[in-house]
Design a protein around this ligand. Sequence first.
Ligand SMILES: [Zn+2]
Ligand SMILES: [Zn+2]
Length: 464
Amino acid sequence: MTNAVASAGLDPITLGDLLRVAGSPGFDRWQDQIRRTGGCSDPIHLTGWTIRKDKTTGETLHRYTTADEPGGRLRVACGNRRASRCPACAWTYAGDTYHLIRAGLAGDDRRDVPATVRDHPRVFATLTAPSFGPVHNRPDRGACRCGARHAPDSPELGTALDPATYDYAGAVLFNNYAGQLWQRFSNRLRREIAARAGITQRELKECARLSYGKVAEFQKRGAVHFHAVIRIDGPDGPDAPPPSWATVDLLADAIRAAAAHSYTSVSAPAAADQPARTFRWGTQLDVRPVKAFGDGSDITEQAVASYVAKYATKAAENTGTLDRRVGELSELERHGVPGHARRLIAACKALDPLYPDRRLWAWAHMLGFRGHFSSKSRRYSTTLGALRQARADYRAAQEHAALGLDDREPDTVLVLTDWQYAGHGHTPGESALAATIARDLQLNRETAREELAALRQEGQQAHE
Ligand SMILES: [Zn+2]
Ligand SMILES: [Zn+2]
């Protein structure tokens, strides 16, 4: 590890601190703590103790206090989902999201989603925002409308061709109303499905259920769009077979109709100099069947889950906005926020008093969007909470085994605890070490993930 750290080219202060940390008596234990957090870059520090006693005899079975830990503290993961804040915790979150989406596509017996969901009609749909004015782009053929041929990483991409006429206000209001637009869409979708099946909405409820898992993504131009896995289940959810009329073609057709229908719209009222606006989805609508394994045009379960997980850890950062609430407009320049994002944030500020219930200024760093980044209908698959619980249970089991408490009935043990928050973060040297730990862990988990995927693929091919 020392080699890896040395090659990272550390400044003398960090290097000096790193040597101090690595040479301190509690270093092994510190490494252990940080490994448990997954290499968290901003761990929470706790002080306190836990005592486990036998309920009947009062005998102390185990005593733990942070007094014996390095610096007298226990470090736990910050749990931030944003990669710009904590890469390690974001990676854990991405992994959880991946499993969540994948369980809804392929089933997962450990998480109560039967593998038969594979036979249910399901598609991967992308619903985009409408246009708020022309932006710099990279067309398949020819040049951008400005005459230039932009490089793929050109900072101009997605920014307004003419900032004077671009509808920044419309763009942030759309983001702000996007969650409601999704709601309208999913209501309409049920109607469209029922109509195609030749039944009423009430009858639809009795024979089928619509499930989805979705994630919000910011396009370069700062408009939010949604990627969603949409699936038709039987009346009791993923365990029940869908009715025979429920096909992928029917579902895809119903999605297209629902997205284009006039019901699928939301209105922002006129206010001061702002006109009344009615928002609908953009014309770019992509609906693709999800296949277990790739065969060309269709998208695979694996690809969908990876894609969704990737976006779950990004907020609006790819537009250059801040990853936290904005205090003053003046701080944007200081943080190097690019002009397009700055104008969108300024639009939130200007509109805030006109639409007080929309809380545009509070959500200015998200360019007005205040929905959830990833969400799902109740019966799509297991919840993130369940995944975290599973991980916590696993750790508790490991600890129990280490303490030799395994052979005792849990309800014969009395647990007394007292914990206090004692700060957060790392010293510069700790920070460098934690980053190395995070990289090692990620590498190991990636290798394990790839091996598992290869095994699954082999298993499937053997079946065919
Ligand atoms: Zn963290
Ligand atoms: Zn251009």
